[in-house]
Design a protein around this ligand. Structure first.
Ligand code: AMP
Ligand code: ZN
Length: 479
């Protein structure tokens, strides 16, 4: 496969020396719900992982959960995001970390995103950070100043490894707050360990050779990746805002610690934007997956929406655009349904299977062109291949795309039957509203959002109908 590498700014052949590919993913900062922008990044990383598995690689993937050390500036200034979250909810830092970690993986499940094999909360690896920081001080790459420990960027021949990303980050306003810390020898230096911070109420602190304190944000990813995946990493992923300063600092400290090259490929997903610009968790009120589900969009529609554009392009979120994705997804299901309902026996045409599979593999093999990969489903449907061949190809492609195409084509068929029967039962002009409510309830149930599904059922009841889930699908009964 060819994959764009942000480090070299080239599409490069991905040909790892070992059959087991190692992949590291920067995890969420768990002080709030993930917004749909964060989830875009994780959906595209999921496609990358599943595509490599589809090609036959063994894959080992690790992810951190940031529950300490991430300040609002992404650098070393601003407020502590976890403390802000805990204050907002009048809970402890660990309580909100636990709550939002669960919510995050709940979204993963709804969106068919595979949970990484290894998931490590940052607070669980403090001794490893202390070991790495001690070694960096010993090698002359780090210094103590004003009670904190800093990485000395002047010791590197090249610090700004993602210089083009720096410009992109300035464009998205990531570095809006770069308060000057007088303890730093150079403004580029970054904190490895805080003992003196302005957060008197810092809840989580640990003893260290430099005094009681807590780690800077970047050290967790280097330490977790090196321990879990070894000193040579194949792919490191994240959203584009992570390139600077986070990934730049990860490279600085990991390579200084290891004494050589660390990671081969840097995979960065561009942002999802809404009308207000970059979506931001800290602004609050950012769009979440649950809100989309409440509005009647199934998580698969959002996944489909993301797959329709390339991960290296900024994606603009609007509801009309999501409506288009919903219509296109349902149209696709409606075209798959007759293949499932067709009871005539047909054989699999091996040549046709090979031909279409090659097109799919080549689409994703060209820097993960997901929209072209989706187009290969339409090409299968249009082709003269037998029904069995078509179904088999769709099931095969869905191992990577994970759009639940066959399962949802069946439920789509059931909901269509229901809508037809719904139109018969209601002669009081409420058919349209009932139809929409039934669709929303089905979407909520599929997303395992049972609270939302129950609310919709109550609303339908207020309109004079009981909802019954039968073996043949949902039925409405006049009360
Ligand atoms: P955070 O929880 O803020 O640390 O972010 C989790 C992941 O989402 C990181 O990989 C970020 O780079 C990524 N991310 C943040 N904002 C966006 C956005 N608007 N669009 C896409 N990815 C984003
Ligand atoms: Zn990271």
């Amino acid at each position: 496969m060819k994959l764009y590498n942000s480090l070299t700014r080239n599409k490069e052949k991905f040909s790892p020396a070992e059959k087991t590919v190692t992949m590291y993913t920067c995890g969420p900062t768990v002080y709030h719900y993930a917004h749909v922008g964060n989830l875009r990044t994780y959906i595209m990383e999921d496609i990358l992982e599943k595509y490599l598995i589809y090609l036959g690689y063994d894959l080992k993937r690790a992810m951190n959960i940031t529950d300490v050390g991430h300040l609002t500036s992404d650098g070393d200034s601003g407020d502590d995001k976890m403390l802000l979250g805990a204050k907002r909810e009048k809970k402890t830092v660990l309580e909100i970390a636990e709550f939002y970690t669960q919510a995050f993986f709940g979204d993963f499940e709804k969106l068919n995103i595979k949970k990484p094999d290894i998931v490590i909360p940052a607070t669980s690896r403090i001794n490893d950070y202390i070991d790495i920081i001690s070694s960096l001080i010993q090698k002359g790459y780090a210094y103590e100043s004003g009670g904190n420990v800093y990485f000395d960027t002047s010791k590197l021949s090249k610090y700004f490894v993602f210089s083009r990303h720096l410009a992109e980050n300035l464009e998205v306003g990531v570095r809006e707050d770069v308060g000057r810390d007088q303890n730093k020898k150079s403004p580029n230096d970054f904190v490895l360990w805080f003992t003196k911070s302005k957060f008197d109420s810092q809840e989580l602190k640990w003893p260290s050779p430099w005094g009681t304190g807590y780690p800077g944000w970047h050290i967790e990813c280097s330490a977790i990746s090196i321990k879990e995946l070894g000193p040579k990493l194949n792919i490191h992923c994240g959203g584009v805002d992570n390139a600077f300063p986070h990934h730049t600092n990860e490279i600085a400290q990991s390579e200084a610690f290891l004494g050589g090259h660390w990671c081969d490929f840097w995979f960065h997903v561009r942002h999802l934007k809404d009308e207000t610009g970059k979506m931001s968790k800290s602004k609050g009120g950012a769009l979440t997956l649950s809100t989309l589900v409440e509005k009647g969009y199934s998580p698969m529609v959002y996944r489909f929406f993301c797959l329709m554009s390339h991960y290296r392009k900024v994606l603009s979120f609007t509801f009309p655009a999501l409506d288009n994705a919903k219509a296109a997804y349902e149209k696709l299901l409606s075209r798959i349904l007759p293949l499932i309902e067709d009871k005539t026996d047909s054989a699999i045409d091996k040549e046709a299977f090979k031909f279409h599979k090659a097109a799919f593999v080549s689409a994703l093999g060209n820097d993960l062109n997901t929209s072209l990969a989706v187009t290969s489903i339409y090409d299968v449907l249009k082709s003269g291949a037998t029904g069995a061949t078509k179904l088999c190809l769709i099931a095969d492609f869905d191992k990577v795309l994970s759009l639940d195409l066959i399962k949802n084509a069946v439920s789509y068929g059931e909901s269509q039957k229901l809508i037809e029967s719904g139109a018969e039962i209601s002669a009081n002009g409420a058919e349209d509203e009932l139809k929409i409510l039934i669709e929303k309830r089905t979407a909520a149930k599929k997303a395992k959002d049972f609270a939302a599904a129950d609310k919709i059922r109550d609303k339908i009841r207020e309109m004079g109908y009981a909802v019954e889930d039968t073996a043949d699908g949902v039925r409405l009964k006049k009360l």
